[in-house]
Design a protein around this ligand. Structure first.
Ligand code: UT7
Length: 328
């Protein structure tokens, strides 16, 4: 096998604390039955008080380097996708860069890219690798449970904390990136997001008093509909770009938001259960970390064989969507 641009190492970090649906029922008026029936989620991970976004990101990054047998000095650039950064500015990538010991390489966040952030970041990394021969560390990380409102049952039960990372570059035996596609509908930017803290709605005492500094805005039904449509369409688009059909794909690894969304995408694409990887039951929606964690687990569980085509598809706030076709 010759050299091509691909994923050269994968890593994840999952915080230790597991939170059940019954525990959520102690905070808000909800139940295990409701959460399981409407979302398929049973548990999620919650970062420890002493952990912050950069801690999660760093652990996943180190795991990805180890997986690819790389040293920090082998990395030329870092791109990190998150909606829940270490601080407002500078970006989380700068904190990770310093702690990883990679030297003064350029690094930046794809901030606010929603749950599609990691797949978008992989595509950015691929173009950096192609243009400049760089080896790029891509990280998707979310510590959303600290920035969401623990009293809003419409949103709080859906999410969990996690991080995933990949090293992207050229190398024989890599997981080859065959094609990628992405899109944005900025007219839908107010339908899903973390609105407080920007210049439009600065955090004031008044907003804090009403708990609005942690307001996760979400029209669940609209997000649901668009997620199904965009993840399905992006999947077909990336297959067309690569000149292959869905029958050629061994496994689809979608963004894990809700089991019902995943089932609807599978139905639209005519996929049987075993061709869609699902772990939302265990981790909930982990935003930018969801796709790399799912891809890592799919590989870890032996769901992917050498030569298999694997399709990533993701959707999130923005609305942004992205899909990528890989060959293992
Ligand atoms: O990556 C993007 C992040 N966001 C998402 O992926 C969200 C996508 N949307 C969804 O997953 C679903 O729309 C939800 C799971 C959020 C909601 O499911 P749904 O079937 O669309 O429910 P619904 O919005 O129609 O709400 C049904 C009822 C409402 O009560 P009423 O108004 O019918 O009396 C809600 O107040 O369920 C109520 N409800 C809850 N009840 C118990 C909402 N959250 C809860 C809860 N426990 N946690």
């Amino acid at each position: 096998m010759g050299d091509f641009i691909g994923l050269l190492g994968l890593g994840v970090y999952l915080p230790e604390r597991v939170m059940t649906n019954d525990e959520w029922a102690e905070y808000v008026d909800t139940s295990d039955d409701w959460i399981v029936a409407r979302t398929g989620i049973h548990t999620r991970r919650i970062a420890a008080d002493e952990e912050s976004t950069a801690d999660l990101a760093l652990a996943a990054a180190q795991a990805a380097l180890a997986d690819g047998a790389f040293e920090p000095a082998d990395i030329d650039e870092i791109v990190l996708a998150t909606d829940t950064p270490e601080v407002f500015a500078p970006d989380t990538a700068a904190y990770v860069q310093a702690r990883l010991g990679v030297g003064h390489i350029p690094c930046y966040d794809l901030a606010g890219s929603g749950c599609a952030g990691f797949v978008l970041a992989l595509d950015v990394a691929r173009s950096r690798a192609l243009a400049d021969g760089r080896r790029v560390l891509v990280i998707g990380v979310e510590l959303i449970t600290r920035l969401m409102n623990w009293k809003d049952r419409n949103t709080c039960v859906l999410f969990g904390d996690a991080a995933g990372a990949a090293v992207v570059g050229s190398g024989a035996g890599a997981i080859e990136i065959l094609a990628a596609t992405a899109g944005t509908d900025g007219a839908k930017s107010d339908i899903l997001g973390l609105e407080a803290g920007g210049t439009r709605l600065p955090i004031t005492m008044e907003r804090v008093r009403h708990g609005l500094h942690k307001n996760l805005v979400m029209d669940g039904r609209e997000v649901f509909r668009e997620a199904v449509r965009r993840m399905s369409e992006a999947s077909l688009q990336v297959l067309a770009k690569a000149g292959v059909s869905m029958d050629d794909v061994a496994l689809v690894v979608p963004h894990q938001a809700n089991l019902r969304i995943l089932n609807a995408v599978a139905a639209r694409l005519g996929l049987s259960e075993e061709r869609v990887f699902i772990n939302v039951q265990e981790y909930g929606n982990t935003g930018s970390a969801s796709v790399p964690v799912a891809l890592w687990e799919a590989r870890d569980q032996g769901r992917i064989k050498p030569g298999d085509l694997v399709l990533l598809t993701a959707f999130g706030a923005g609305f942004h969507w992205a899909a990528m076709l890989l060959r293992f």
